[in-house]
Design a protein around this ligand. Structure first.
Ligand SMILES: [Zn+2]
Length: 317
């Protein structure tokens, strides 16, 4: 009898401790909040002259379901839909594409349950007509779409990549760059925050990767959007300030967990200061699509070269 208890206890320790450590533990410890001052964001959003974006869209190109705890520490084993997606801000100034999906071969490598080439074609079309292309970070499921374009050389000059996104770490160096292509990309250096288009501001948020950044936009009608990238993989990440599990964050991605916590606290604060701000998490289309009240985000990019403008659109070919 006694021996049986010891075995049971040993089993709990052998299975339970790693389980807790790898999938549940969400201790932010003393990780200080990182600064993303809202007043400064709003001020910078006014500094580039021109008409601000009018519309926001998110295009999902594929998905798989994974246990929630992998990407939201302590998030339970119930499976969540993880979407691979790109973002689009459009208006008279021109289209701004945020992230680029990836190719069919990448989807296979990622073990996606579904991949939609027609949806990726919409993202590719958006990249081709974009006035500006930016990336939340240097991972294949965000930058792969650009690097896989057969006409990369023609589209790439409109991509604004940070030095870290272009190379120098294991992620950017392992992207499927066309031969000799990335040397032609001029890295965009900035510290803190930088306005890059009317209403649009980049925020340096290294942590998930060295080249991670968020993209803030103030629209013409005053609405605000923040593309948080994979610092917040899911909506719960920033709402509950939960980092990735140690299994994914520490062992697989090798992210700076303290920094991620710091930025998640900042996003959480931004949303409390500006409750109307739409926060686009890196892989959580479902949370946006079923938000109540609706967030005013479209879930499909236009199919061809023309933006769904009400007139005076941005289409440039
Ligand atoms: Zn990602």
């Amino acid at each position: 009898m006694k021996r049986r208890y010891w075995i049971l206890l040993a089993l709990i320790v052998v299975l339970g401790v790693p389980y807790y450590w790898l999938l549940v533990d969400n201790r932010p410890g003393g990780a200080p909040e990182r600064p993303i001052p809202l007043t400064e964001l709003r001020r910078l959003a006014e500094t580039v002259p021109g008409p601000k974006p009018e519309r926001v869209a998110v295009q999902t190109v594929g998905w798989r379901r994974v246990p929630g705890a992998l990407f939201v520490a302590g998030g339970g084993l119930k499976r969540n839909l993880l979407t691979i997606q790109a973002g689009l801000l459009s208006g008279p100034w021109g289209d701004i594409v945020i992230d680029s999906g990836f190719g069919a071969q990448d989807a296979e490598e990622f073990g996606l349950e579904a991949y939609r080439p027609d949806s990726q074609a919409r993202v590719d079309a958006a990249l081709r007509r974009a006035r500006l292309i930016v990336f939340t970070h240097e991972h294949l499921d965000h930058m792969g779409g650009l690097t896989r374009l057969p006409d990369f050389a023609r589209v790439a000059p409109r991509a604004l990549v940070t030095p870290e996104q272009r190379g120098g770490n294991r992620w950017s160096d392992s992207l499927p760059w066309p031969k000799g292509a990335r040397e032609r990309l001029k890295p965009f250096r900035y510290s803190g925050m930088a306005a890059v288009a009317p209403g649009v501001v980049l925020i340096r948020t290294p942590g998930h990767t060295p080249g991670s950044q968020m993209v803030y936009a103030r629209l013409a009608d005053g609405r605000e959007v923040l593309f948080a990238g994979d610092t917040a993989t899911m909506e719960r990440s920033w709402r509950q300030v939960r980092a990735r599990s140690r299994l994914v964050g520490d062992l697989m991605v090798g992210e700076d967990r303290n920094a991620v916590f710091g930025w998640l606290k900042a996003v959480n604060r931004l949303h409390r200061q500006a409750p109307g701000m739409v926060i686009v998490a890196g892989h959580d289309e479902e949370a946006l699509r079923f938000a109540k009240p609706p967030l005013g985000v479209a879930f499909e990019f236009p199919a061809n070269g023309s933006s769904p403008a009400r007139g005076g659109g941005s289409a440039k070919r």
